[in-house]
Write a protein that binds this ligand. Sequence first.
Ligand code: PEP
Ligand code: MN
Length: 340
Amino acid sequence: MIVVMKEGSTKEQVEHVVKRVREMGLKDHVIIGEERTVVAVIGNDRFKDHGVLENVDGVDRVVPILAPYKMASLEMKKERSVVPMGSDASARIGGKRIGVIAGPCSVESKKQTLEIAHAVKEAGAVALRGGAFKPRTNPYSFQGMAEKGLDILAEAREQTGLAIVTEVMAVEQVALVAKYADVLQIGARNMQNFNLLNAVGDQPKPILLKRGMSATLEEFLLAAEYIMSHGNQKVMLCERGIRTYEEYVRNTLALAAVPELHRVTHLPVIVDPSQGTGKSNLVDSMCRAAVAAGADGLIIEVHNDPEHAMTDGAQSITPPMFADMMKAIRRIAAAVDREV
Ligand code: PEP
Ligand code: MN
């Protein structure tokens, strides 16, 4: 539920509401608005007596939140969230400008990463992606360069100014990855790794949360809720395709998730057409479609030599293809009143 305070309510009155909320065994999150203060009550409040709070001095009304997720819900916060990705103010997701994150699936070498970083920066990307810890189906496949890879990403940031987005796969890696990265990516396979969600919720770096390949949108939002209920509000949702019976693509990119998520949450929505199709020839069209559907950001795999990429070469586009795609989405963005 949310407790809406009266206009002009005092700090003491808000503190009293917070005290009562805690006495009820629930958590509070105070949102100070321009005109009014709202106390978001977090936790399972279904069987709590809302009337108790309604009668507290300074309270205007108590509004139940119907969605099972609270902090992530649009009922809780009406304005769309904007998530900053680094120290550069232009690197953010949400708002009028569509943020493009691009780079290799995996960091493979310093030369490869720096070359790609410069190319995507030149074409207008605001952040560099690249996995240093890779979740691989086969234990004998390349697992990523680990800390060496993170160090290469940090150098790429230094040279280009791009924010760094990279995956963290385990609780024990959170501190290390957070030391280097601007944004921590939670991969599809870890969307319901609740210990990991709690751990990234306990630290301040923004989170790019991928939708699990068999997760419903409600499960996806409840995963975001884990992170937010631990104190980290900087969550970006990423639709990356779901697994279906279909075989012409690696995953079925569920673009309807974009407007549907915007209907129920204030969190920004990013689309990943690379994992979302598995085919480089489909990436450009799906980038255009994602922008037309209202996506707040894109995350795209770009490789300077896709044929020899150590991971996901088949879905990686080249820097020239990326530059062409950026030109195309600028026109589409203008048509839907956005910018790239
Ligand atoms: C990736 O971004 O390279 C990746 C492994 O993504 P996902 O977790 O969506 O499969
Ligand atoms: Mn990949």
